[in-house]
Write a protein that binds this ligand. Sequence first.
Ligand SMILES: CCCCCCC[C@@H](O)CC(=O)SCCNC(=O)CCNC(=O)[C@H](O)C(C)(C)COP(=O)(O)OP(=O)(O)OC[C@H]1O[C@@H](n2cnc3c(N)ncnc32)[C@H](O)[C@@H]1OP(=O)(O)O
Length: 292
Amino acid sequence: MPIDPSAALDAPPSVTPISWQESDVLLYHLALGAGADPTDVRQLAYATERGEEVLPTFAVVAPTLRATSPPAVSFPGVDVDLSTILHASQRVELHRPIPRDGKAEVSTGVAALYDKGSAAIIVVDSEAVGSDGEPLWTSSMRMYSRGEGGFGGDRGPDGPPAPPDRAPDHILETTILPQQALLYRLLGDRNPLHSDPEVASAAGFPRPILHGLCTYGAVCRAVVDRVLDGRSSAVRSLEARFAGVVFPGETLRTAVWVASDRILFTTQVLDRDGAPALSGGEIVVAAHEATA
Ligand SMILES: CCCCCCC[C@@H](O)CC(=O)SCCNC(=O)CCNC(=O)[C@H](O)C(C)(C)COP(=O)(O)OP(=O)(O)OC[C@H]1O[C@@H](n2cnc3c(N)ncnc32)[C@H](O)[C@@H]1OP(=O)(O)O
């Protein structure tokens, strides 16, 4: 049985030691499109050793940086084919800023399983603790597994609320490079859905699609730069639902609403008449960093 809820939910988390270096962080920033203007000092801070910045979304790649094979969706009680999977949503919470190089232990396990009838949603939570024993980040990933529902579970919580019923405070445009997915896969997610036209076609897409986490990081960078004036350490948590696919080479339009310690956003694809890309986006900002 590919999904056995009680075996999955009763299993202890697996614990893996991880480490990263400054060059991993710089490659991550470049894979999100940083450094497009080499005369822009802020871009150089992301892309070279002259900065200390680490985007908070680095937390989602740090555990798998060295992976060179496609990821396996395999946990005690869960064993589903990668070809059934679309990334459904992602949350990351920072307990302190991520250093440019470091070591941690990451505990990972299946936190919930939702039965959507034909599809299953697999929720995988991780917690990273630094080498000093103090928490660094926690993250929660939801994967939508087509055809793996029907195991008799709960449908799960409702979707995120609609954005505020007023004009956005900011509109941000983000260009996704044509080669963005080929760069991003070097950060550890070598799912062929993002690089192999035949695999994409078998999954029902006209060409390879962008990693959800690349959209997530690129939009985080845009919000940090344009709404938080470059202060990535102000981000306490970031959450968003992957509402529709993004293809490399497309331009994204993110509408942003600022409300004291919270930044709400939605992202659409400009090239496809505003097709949804991210919904229910929320960044919680540190209290002392609250925005106007
Ligand atoms: C262990 C490590 C493994 C690592 C794996 C690595 C994976 C990565 O490489 C993979 C990727 O990056 S894929 C790229 C990023 N993701 C995407 O592009 C998906 C975009 N979203 C979609 O296509 C659809 O929303 C879709 C398909 C998700 C859902 O669309 P529909 O089938 O039309 O669903 P719908 O009828 O609208 O709703 C059915 C029920 O599901 C809930 N739901 C829908 N979208 C959701 C989402 N994104 N997140 C959570 N729940 C979601 C709906 O609320 C509905 O539930 P209910 O009926 O109970 O109300």
